[in-house]
Ligand binder design. Structure first.
Ligand SMILES: [Zn+2]
Length: 308
């Protein structure tokens, strides 16, 4: 990234590569001080120069280690990583000889975070960087004696390299924001529309009342359930494919509310449902979701639900 660079899509900051020029001298799980950890040592274009680096997202200083020029930073909000995950970032930078960060200090995305340096056990001027895709600030020694976070990801899964000149990328699968498209609706990221247990959903559409189960307030709809009219008609449909009418409103076939005579006719009437429901279970094979309507379990195709 360059100084002052910002990247926000769908109301979420993209986590950017803090370096303008990136020459990786030691990659993740390296033979030396990176054994068992996901960390990179990065120098700039010319070896031996204390190049500045910038905040990959709006960050707050949560821990400092003066003797090694080391700072633990955390994003103030969830950010978007290069692997598409959206979560908090907790990350460590090290070896800054000029380090003057203090706990509680807030740095805006694109503002200077520090300078490459040699402080601590560094062999040459560089920035050591290590990232957890979580809010967990635990920092502990692994079996090789190297410090690490929980939930560390390799750096190419963490930052976007828009406007970073990669001189030595160590074969990483470096991605720009263009590789992780975001669908925005009025400045907010659209929901993924992947329905899972716990999703809050509404019915999406106008549905015909194909049949009423005699003597009940249950109706059948072939589109919602995939059950044929004949199966309904011959009373062979499973109980969970009969839908209670209680939460539905009668409309015409364009969805306009009609005079409520409270009588809905099989094969004639149309209904909509403006209530929201929580998905109880999903069945991936049939792409169906289980909902509870009026205390009754029903299974319907997820295609006719929208996540809200
Ligand atoms: Zn290192």
């Amino acid at each position: 990234m360059y100084k002052g660079q910002k990247s926000i899509r769908g109301g979420t900051e993209d986590f950017l590569c803090p370096f303008t020029d990136m020459y990786i001298t030691q990659g993740s799980n390296g033979k030396y001080s990176h054994k068992g950890i996901m960390a990179n040592d990065v120098r700039g274009r010319v070896a031996g120069i204390r190049y500045p680096y910038y905040a990959p997202c709006k960050s707050i200083c949560v821990k400092t280690y003066k003797e090694s020029g080391q700072v633990m930073w955390q994003s103030l909000s969830k950010v978007r990583f290069a692997n598409g995950r959206i979560d908090y970032a907790t990350y460590m930078t090290a070896h800054d000889d000029t380090m003057d960060a203090y706990i509680g200090q807030i740095i805006e995305q694109g503002d200077q975070l520090g300078n490459m340096g040699k402080k601590g056990n560094a062999t040459g001027i560089h920035c050591h960087i290590q990232i957890s895709q979580s809010k967990d600030t635990s920092w502990f020694k692994n079996q090789y004696g190297n410090y690490q976070f929980n939930n560390e990801y390799d750096l190419d899964d963490c930052y976007f390299v828009d406007y970073t000149n990669i001189i030595q990328g160590q074969g990483g699968n470096w991605k720009t924001t263009g590789k992780v498209p975001v669908i925005e609706i009025s400045g907010k990221e659209a929901l993924d529309q992947i329905i899972h247990p716990g999703s809050k959903v509404m019915f999406d559409g106008i549905f015909s009342v194909d049949i009423i189960k005699r003597g009940t307030n249950l109706f059948g709809n072939t589109k919602l359930t995939g059950v044929s009219f004949n199966t309904y008609y011959n009373e062979k449909a499973m109980p969970y494919h009969w839908i209670p009418l209680n939460d539905w409103t009668e409309t015409d076939k364009y969805g306009n509310q009609v005079d409520q005579d409270d009588i809905v006719y099989g094969g004639e009437s149309y209904v909509i449902n403006n209530n929201s429901y929580i998905v109880k279970e999903i069945d991936i094979k049939t792409n169906s979701a289980k909902l509870i309507l009026n205390n009754k379990e029903i299974w319907i195709f997820s295609t006719f639900l929208k996540e809200i």
